[in-house]
Write a protein of this length. Structure first.
Lengths: 380, 380
C-alpha cells in the first residue's frame, strides 16, 4: 500500500510584483482531495525544461538574485528590469505555480472505476503546477508508465517527446520532406535524431560546438553542421541540398541563424534552378522559432526570395490543430518507446529547496545543452 | 485605321555580366508577327513600379552609374558590389527585357475571331517585356479598356489593383477582420484605402511623414499612424485595438517596423486579456513583407508571444493559389472601377530614352512615395 498523503505539502510559487520584484518561494499549501474522476499524484520526478524557465523567473535579471529564508524554505528575489515589466503586466502580483510535466505515484483516487484503477500506479502527467509534492489530476489525463519504468524515466513524457514528434508531423502536414533542427544536441535534439533515424526522415542538425557535433555523430546523425566553424554556411547548404530540407525548427530565436537557414535553403534550391527568377525560387521555405535560447532580436537578411515564412511554433496549439485522435497516437508512441527513442538524461536530481539555490540556478538557467535538471519534490 | 507596325522597334534590356557590370540599353529588336490567337500591342503607357526596379537595375550600386551612347540610344552602366553577385548568379550574362505591365493599342491581330475582335482596341496587358514599343500577347490575356479610358488610365491595371485586392482577399482567407498597410500613401496604398472605404473594411495606414498622413486623411482614411511621431507605437496600438487588425502588409521590409507592428498587435489584443498566458496571446498575428523599400535586415524584437508569423507575399503566387475564376472576378472589378477605385496618378511621363537619364533615375529609383513615372514607348 502507498503512504497516505499529508494534509499540506510544498508547492513552488513564482510571483512578479508590480514594483518589479520577482519572488520565488516554497509555499505550504493544502493537498487537494481528488474528485470522483480524479487521482492524487505524489510527484517524484519533474524536469526543468527551458519552457519552464520563463514562468519560473519571468523577465528577472538573475544577476540581481538574492536568497533569504532558510535552507529548507529558501526565498529567492531578483529585479525585473523596468523595460521588461510591460511584458510582465499580465502576471503581475499573482503567485503562480510552476512546472509543466512530471511523474509519480497515484496515492489517492476518487470513487470512479477509472480513478480507482490507477491507485498505486506510476503515471506521467502534464498541466502545470508540477513543482510540488502533490498534484491532483483527472484520471483520464494520466499516462500509465510501463511496469519497468521509474518516475524519472517518465518525468519527460510529454514536452520533449511530443515536441519532437510534433516537428516531424508539422513537416509532413506542410508538405516538406526533411527538416532542420538547431540546438540539436539538446535532449530534445537527440530525441528528434532518434525519431528521424528510426523513421528514415532526413534531418539536418545544427550545433554550436565540436563536442556536440561529435555526440550527435556518435548517435548516428548523418548531417551535423557546426556553427562555430568558418565553413558553416557551406556545410549547411550541402546538407540542405542532400536532404531537400525546406523547414526548420529553431530553439535559439535571436540573432542571425534563423535567417541564415533560409539563405542556405534558397542557395541549395538554386543549385538546381533552370532559369532566373527575380523573386527567388518558388519553393516555400519555413523556419519556426519554438524556443528563446537567445532572447535578443532576430535579424533577418532577406536574400532568399519571397517564398518564405517565419513564425512561432508551440506544442499545445499544434496538438489542438491536429485534434485529440492524432495527439493520442503520438502519446501512445511515446509510451511504447519510453526507454529507447524517448529516453531523457539528467545531469542532477535535486529537491525543491535545492532547485532554488544560486549554485543550481547558475547551471540550469544557462539553458546550456547537456545540462538538464530533474526535481524530486518527495525529497522536500 | 491604325498605323502599320514597323519591322523593328525599341526594347529596353537589362544585362548583369558575370564580371559584375550592369548594362541597361535600348535594343532594336524584330517586331513579332502575332500568331493566330495573338495580337500585337503598340505600348503607349507602362508604369515604373517598385517591383520593376529589381529586374531593371539588379543589385547594382546606382552611385556608380555611368551613361554612354547617344541621347536617343543611351547605354547605362553601373557596378554590382561583389557580395551581391551571388544573388545575381541566376541572371548573369542574360540580356533581359523589363516592364511588368502596360497598355496600348492593338495594331495587328492573328487570324482567330478573338484576336480580330481586338484590332484597334485599347487594351491593358501584363507579362513582362512591356518597356518596349511593341509587345505580342495572347488575345485571351488582353483586358479591353472602357471606351473613355486612355492608355495611361489602363497602364496600371494589374500590379497595384490586384495587389491591393489580393491583400483584402488574403485577409479574409486567413480569417482576419481588418488589416494594416505600410507605405500607405503610395499609389497602391491610396487604392487600398479606397477599396477598404468602399467595402467597409478596417484599415490601419502607416506612413512616414505628416504630409502623407494629411493626404490619406483628406481621402477619408480613418486610421493613419505616422512613424515620424514619438507617439507612433501608442497610436498604432489604439488603431489596432479599434479595428481588430491582426494582419499587416509591409512594403518596407527592412528595419524594425514589421516587428513593431506585431508588438502593437499583441499589446492591443492584451488590452482585453482576462488571464496571464506566459506564451502571449493565442491570437495569430501575421505580417507579410511584399516589398523591399528598405533592403536592409529585418530586425524583430520578439516580445509578442508565440502566435505570430512573418513571410513573403507576392501577387502571382496569390493568384495561383486562389485559382483562375477568383482571379478573373478581381480583374473584372478592376475594369469596372478603373477610373475611380483603381485610378493611378503619375508625376511624369517619359520616353524609353528619357527613362534612362540619370536625372529621371535619381527620382524614380528612390522609390519615394508620391513619385511615380510612366513610360510612353511610342515617344521613342
Amino acid at each position: 500500500m502507498t503512504q497516505p498523503a499529508p494534509s499540506t505539502a510544498l508547492q513552488l510559487r513564482s510571483l512578479v510584483r508590480s514594483n518589479g520584484e520577482l519572488e520565488v518561494s516554497l509555499q505550504e499549501v493544502a493537498v487537494p482531495e481528488p474528485g470522483a474522476d480524479e487521482v492524487l499524484v505524489r510527484i517524484e520526478a519533474t524536469p526543468i525544461n527551458p519552457s519552464d524557465l520563463g514562468l519560473l523567473f519571468g523577465a528577472a535579471d538573475l544577476g540581481t538574485l538574492q536568497v533569504s529564508g532558510t535552507a529548507e524554505r529558501p526565498v529567492l528575489s531578483a529585479r525585473v528590469p523596468d523595460k521588461a515589466m510591460k511584458a510582465m503586466a499580465g502576471r503581475a502580483d499573482q503567485s503562480l505555480p510552476v512546472g509543466n510535466e512530471g511523474a509519480g505515484t497515484v496515492v489517492k483516487a476518487g470513487a470512479s472505476a477509472a480513478a480507482q484503477a490507477l491507485l498505486g500506479k506510476k503515471v506521467a502527467v502534464i498541466g502545470g503546477a508540477m513543482y510540488a509534492q502533490y498534484r491532483s489530476m483527472p484520471a483520464a489525463q494520466c499516462l500509465v508508465l510501463p511496469a519497468d519504468a521509474s518516475a524519472a524515466d517518465g518525468a519527460s513524457c510529454f514536452v520533449n517527446p511530443l515536441t519532437a514528434l510534433g516537428m516531424v508531423e508539422t513537416m509532413k502536414l506542410e508538405g516538406h520532406k526533411a527538416l532542420v533542427h538547431t540546438a540539436a544536441a539538446s535532449n530534445l535534439g537527440q530525441m528528434l535524431n532518434r525519431i528521424c533515424l528510426k523513421d528514415g526522415i532526413g534531418l539536418v542538425n545544427i550545433v554550436r560546438k565540436p563536442e556536440q557535433a561529435a555526440l550527435l555523430r556518435e548517435q548516428g546523425a548523418m548531417h551535423v553542421c557546426d556553427l562555430s566553424l568558418p565553413s558553416f554556411m557551406d556545410e549547411l547548404t550541402d546538407a540542405l541540398a542532400a536532404t531537400g530540407a525546406t523547414i526548420a525548427f529553431d530553439a535559439i530565436g535571436g540573432g542571425r541563424l534563423a535567417g541564415q537557414i533560409l539563405t542556405c535553403m534558397e542557395a541549395a534550391i538554386n543549385r538546381n534552378a533552370k532559369e532566373y527568377s527575380r523573386y527567388g525560387s518558388a519553393v516555400h521555405k519555413q523556419v519556426y522559432l519554438y524556443g528563446m535560447l537567445d532572447t535578443g532580436p532576430t535579424e533577418v537578411v532577406r536574400n532568399f526570395g519571397m517564398a518564405w515564412g517565419m513564425g512561432g511554433w508551440l506544442l499545445f496549439p499544434f496538438l489542438q490543430k491536429v485534434g485529440p485522435a492524432a495527439a493520442q497516437k503520438l502519446r501512445e508512441r511515446v509510451a511504447a518507446e519510453l526507454k529507447t527513442t524517448f529516453a531523457s538524461r539528467y545531469t542532477r536530481t535535486v529537491s525543491l529547496a535545492e532547485a532554488l539555490t544560486p549554485a543550481a540556478i547558475a547551471v540550469y538557467a544557462k539553458r546550456a545543452t547537456g545540462e538538464k535538471f530533474l526535481i524530486d519534490p518527495s525529497r522536500g
